[in-house]
Write a protein that binds this ligand. Structure first.
Ligand code: ARG
Length: 291
C-alpha cells in the first residue's frame, strides 16, 4: 500500500501543477528508449464525428508535423483505450483524438508503436501527440507537455485464481515475479526497490497480452497493469483474477511536444468543449458502461 500511496502523491502533485502549463520543468529531456517501432498506420473510424461539430474558432490553423494531419502515436494493446478490431484501431483514445482532430479541422492518423517509444517520438517531432492511456508523471513532464486529464486509471494486480498472493504486500514481500508492459507506470513502480518488487523480479513484455500468456504459462506470478485493460484481460482469459486491494489513481492525458505550445492550447480548448458538451463522457460510457 505504502508504495502505491507514495507514488500516487508524486503523480498527483505533478498533475496539479502542470496541467495546461506550457513548461513545468526546464530540465533537459531524458531520452526514453525508442525500441522497436514497428508501425501500422491506420486512419481512425469516424464514430465520434457526429458528436463533434467543429467550431470555426478552434480551427484556426495549428502547426502539426504534417500539414492538415494530427499524427497520434499509441500502442493499441490496451483495451478499452486502444485496441485492434479488424483493420481498425478503436477505443476511448482513438475516439477522443478523432473528436479533437475534427474540432481542429485536422485528419487523424493513428500510428501503432511500442509504448516505450511514444514519448521520445513526440519529443523528437515524429508524432504530434501521444494518446495511449498515458499517465502524467513528473518524469515524463520533463520530456513533453501534457493536456488536461480526460480519464483516470488505477494500477491493478492480476494473479491466477487460487494464487497464494492475496494482497500487494504479499507480492512485494514474497519472491514472486511480476510481469509488466515495458516503460509503463506499472513497470516503473514495480522495478523500484523502495516500495516495488525491485528490478530483479520484474519481467518486461511488449504488451499486456504477452504478460498474460506468461502468467498462464507459470513464467511469472502476477501482472501489474492499469485496471481497465486488467479487467479486459481477465474477462478474455479463464483462470485469472484481479486482487481486491485499493490502489492509487493515475491521471491519463495527451502528450504533446514542448515545442508546440499552440497545439497544447488548442487541444486543451477542444477537450474543454468536448467535456462540456458531453462528448467525452459519452465516449467513455460507450467503452466502460456504468449501467
Ligand atoms: N497508464 C500507464 C502508463 O502511462 C500504461 C499505459 C499503457 N498504454 C498503452 N496504450 N499500452 O504508463
Amino acid at each position: 500500500m505504502k508504495f502505491f500511496t507514495r507514488k500516487l502523491m508524486s503523480v498527483v502533485i505533478a498533475a496539479s501543477f502542470c496541467f495546461g502549463l506550457a513548461s513545468c520543468s526546464k530540465t533537459p529531456a531524458e531520452s526514453s528508449a525508442a525500441s522497436s517501432t514497428e508501425a501500422t498506420t491506420t486512419v481512425a473510424e469516424s464514430k465520434a464525428s457526429e458528436s463533434s461539430a467543429s467550431s470555426e474558432e478552434s480551427k484556426a490553423a495549428v502547426k502539426t508535423v504534417t500539414e492538415g494531419k494530427l499524427i497520434m502515436a499509441t500502442n493499441a494493446t490496451f483495451p478499452p483505450y486502444e485496441y485492434h478490431e479488424k483493420d481498425q484501431i478503436i477505443g476511448i483514445d482513438a475516439e477522443i483524438a478523432k473528436a479533437i482532430a475534427d474540432k481542429l479541422g485536422l485528419e487523424l492518423v493513428i500510428e501503432d508503436v511500442a509504448f516505450d517509444s511514444i514519448i521520445a517520438g513526440v519529443q523528437s517531432g515524429k508524432y504530434d501527440i501521444g494518446c495511449a492511456g498515458m499517465t502524467v508523471t513528473e518524469d515524463r513532464l520533463k520530456s513533453v507537455n501534457f493536456s488536461t486529464s480526460y480519464a483516470t486509471g488505477i494500477q491493478s494486480i492480476i494473479v491466477k485464481e487460487g494464487s497464494e498472493i492475496k494482497t500487494v504486500d504479499d507480492l512485494i514481500k514474497g519472491k514472486y515475479k511480476v510481469g509488466v508492459q515495458s516503460g509503463t507506470t506499472g513497470d516503473i513502480y514495480m522495478a523500484d526497490t523502495d516500495g516495488g518488487v525491485g528490478e530483479d523480479r520484474v519481467d518486461r513484455y511488449n504488451n499486456g497480452n504477452d504478460a498474460v500468456v506468461a502468467l498462464l504459462a507459470g513464467k511469472i506470478d502476477a501482472i501489474c497493469i492499469d485496471n481497465e485493460p486488467a479487467k479486459a484481460f481477465v474477462a478474455a482469459n479463464k483462470g485469472l483474477k484481479i486482487l481486491e486491494t485499493p490502489f492509487t489513481e493515475e491521471k491519463y492525458a495527451i502528450a504533446i511536444s514542448k515545442d508546440n505550445e499552440e497545439l497544447l492550447t488548442a487541444i486543451n480548448k477542444a477537450l474543454e468543449e468536448l467535456t462540456a458538451d458531453g462528448t467525452i463522457g459519452k465516449i467513455i460510457e460507450k467503452y466502460i458502461p456504468t449501467k
